[in-house]
Write a protein that binds this ligand. Structure first.
Ligand SMILES: [Zn+2]
Ligand SMILES: [Zn+2]
Length: 246
């Protein structure tokens, strides 16, 4: 939910009402535990493992000491800051897998709800929200972009403008699994293009479902800045946390 005590914006209320009316027609099961009744049940909500402080002020990864992690000092990312709501494990991992690969599209709005509250707590001033785009072939194959399903309700709830075409993927990228941070950055370098007419002089928030090293968000930030964005922030629902961070 957005900040306590604040009424929901009408566009966001309408969007929620749309998904809730579909629940009435097609009774949902929970994305985390598969129990019938709700898309994201109370049991799963309390099982979510939040990213705990201390974290790097730049990339948001857990660190043991200092303000910024070694990786952000060595190769500063292109974004101003990146944050994630939860660790990519347990019920969150199950739900995101279901959203991405099992066409459980109504999970986007349900999972966006806690992210909206977290976003409000960050105090970022954002003019435009964009999802990390899929390539044209992958979008056609999947039929939807899971990042879009999370980003749209967040934009509606925050009152920022929303654009699916502010950022375009101009080349498909290989799976990032098994690559280190340098290889990941090379893998996604110049994979995106920012639409100057939409993003110039705006503070842009890039949304994705999950991040590991932030390489994709950094490549998005690079493209948006080349197109004249004033600043770029990143927010993901989940983050694969390495517990070996020095
Ligand atoms: Zn559940
Ligand atoms: Zn960092």
């Amino acid at each position: 939910m957005p900040e306590a005590g604040h009424p929901l914006r009408p566009a966001y209320s309408l969007y929620r009402w749309y998904w809730r009316s579909l629940d009435w027609l097609f009774p949902p099961r929970c994305g985390g535990c598969d129990q019938p009744g709700r898309r994201w049940c109370d049991d799963c909500r309390v099982k979510v493992r939040r990213i705990s402080e201390p974290i790097c002020s730049r990339c948001g990864n857990p660190i043991n000491n200092g303000l910024t992690c070694r990786s952000c000092v060595d190769i500063p990312p292109k974004y101003t800051a990146l944050r994630s709501y939860a660790e990519f494990e347990g019920v969150v991992r199950t739900a995101l897998h279901r959203l991405k690969y099992r066409r459980d599209v109504s999970l986007g709005e349900a999972l966006a709800e806690p992210l909206i509250g977290y976003f409000a707590s960050l105090g970022w001033e954002i003019g435009l929200v964009v999802p990390v785009p899929l390539g044209r072939a992958r979008l056609k194959e999947r039929g939807y972009n899971q990042a879009d399903l999370i980003a749209k309700p967040l934009a509606l709830a925050s009152g920022a403008r929303y654009s699916r075409s502010g950022l375009v993927r101009i080349r498909e990228t290989e799976s990032q699994v098994g690559l280190n941070i340098i290889q990941r950055r090379e893998n996604v370098a110049e994979a995106f293009y920012g639409n100057r007419a939409l993003v110039a002089s705006k503070k842009v928030l890039v949304i994705d479902d999950v991040t590991t090293t932030g390489a994709t968000i950094s490549a998005c930030a690079d493209a948006l800045q080349n197109a004249g964005a004033a600043a770029v922030y990143g927010l993901t629902l989940a983050r694969a946390v390495s517990r070996k961070e020095p």
